[in-house]
Design a protein around this ligand. Structure first.
Ligand code: BTN
Length: 259
């Protein structure tokens, strides 16, 4: 058993994941992952799949360059691996939100829903966020999947609209148990990354149901571009189909602001 956080993690969670790096404090686990990718590319060395974790982050990053509050009591980790040619990068955010949602279920029996593209909600409040970053250089592709889960403490310590596992769950949660459940899923994904059922599995856990009214803020369009319509499911790439007054449009990157 590997002693980590507040207990032991079963080493069976580490078959494909070869390295595990644990920090007391770091600026950002995704920042370190980027540095490791830079180094591997410059030196032309292979990166083995690894997990970087920290008890707290001083400069945690969220999507859209927002800060991610990272007090002690949360789980902050980044999974770093090379991406094979036949994997769809656009599937990574969906896969990652399923790892988190399923791990919360396994570790604590906590019922959560996924919100496109990759938030994890409990009773409508955010319990986990995911920053999925990918880098392509020549033939090399790497992914750094950063995951922040609000485990212990008061929801307000993590920001507005947040909740914590502790606030939602009567029994005392264990970060080690959660991390083990998460690593087992990442490990299984690295062995068999492209299940045909990914979009269907995501849809079963989605907070959005077909026909639900949504408002999206579109990425890469400045701060003001918003689009409203009705949720029409995901396409096979994992992009969101929105039924608008002008017909169906496919959203590749953005954030659901109202749902
Ligand atoms: C979001 O919802 O905006 C994504 C939040 C992602 C936060 C995690 S915490 C671990 C990893 N390191 C970071 O700096 N960010 C991600």
């Amino acid at each position: 058993l590997i002693e980590l956080f507040d207990g032991a993690v079963d080493p069976s969670a580490f078959r494909r994941l070869e390295n595990l790096i644990l920090f007391e404090t770091i600026d950002s686990t995704n920042g370190l992952a980027r540095g490791l990718i830079d180094h591997a590319e410059e030196e032309e060395v292979a990166l083995s799949p690894c997990a970087i974790t920290a008890l707290t982050q001083t400069r945690g990053r969220g999507r859209r360059n927002r800060a991610w509050r990272s007090p002690r009591g949360g789980l902050y980790c980044t999974f770093l691996f090379a991406v094979a040619d036949d994997w769809h990068l656009s599937h990574l955010p969906l896969s990652a939100s399923l790892w988190v949602s399923e791990a919360l279920g396994e570790a604590f029996g906590l019922s959560t829903a996924v919100k496109w593209p990759n938030d994890v909600l409990c009773r409508g409040k955010k319990v986990a966020g995911i920053l999925a970053e990918a880098r392509t250089r020549g033939q090399e592709r790497h992914a750094a999947i950063g995951i922040g889960i609000n485990v212990f403490g008061r929801p307000e310590d993590y920001g507005s609209g947040a909740t914590t596992v502790e606030a939602e769950h009567a029994a005392r949660p264990s970060i080690s148990r959660l991390f083990g459940a998460l690593c087992r899923r990442v490990d299984a994904f690295l062995a068999a990354p492209e299940p045909a059922s990914l979009v269907e599995r995501w849809t079963v856990r989605a907070v959005h149901k077909p026909g639900d009214p949504l408002t999206l803020r579109l990425d890469g369009e400045g701060d003001s571009k918003r689009l409203s319509g009705k949720f029409a499911g995901l396409n096979p790439d994992g992009f969101l189909r929105l039924e608008t007054a002008e017909g169906e449009t496919v959203i590749c990157a953005g954030e659901v602001e109202k749902w």
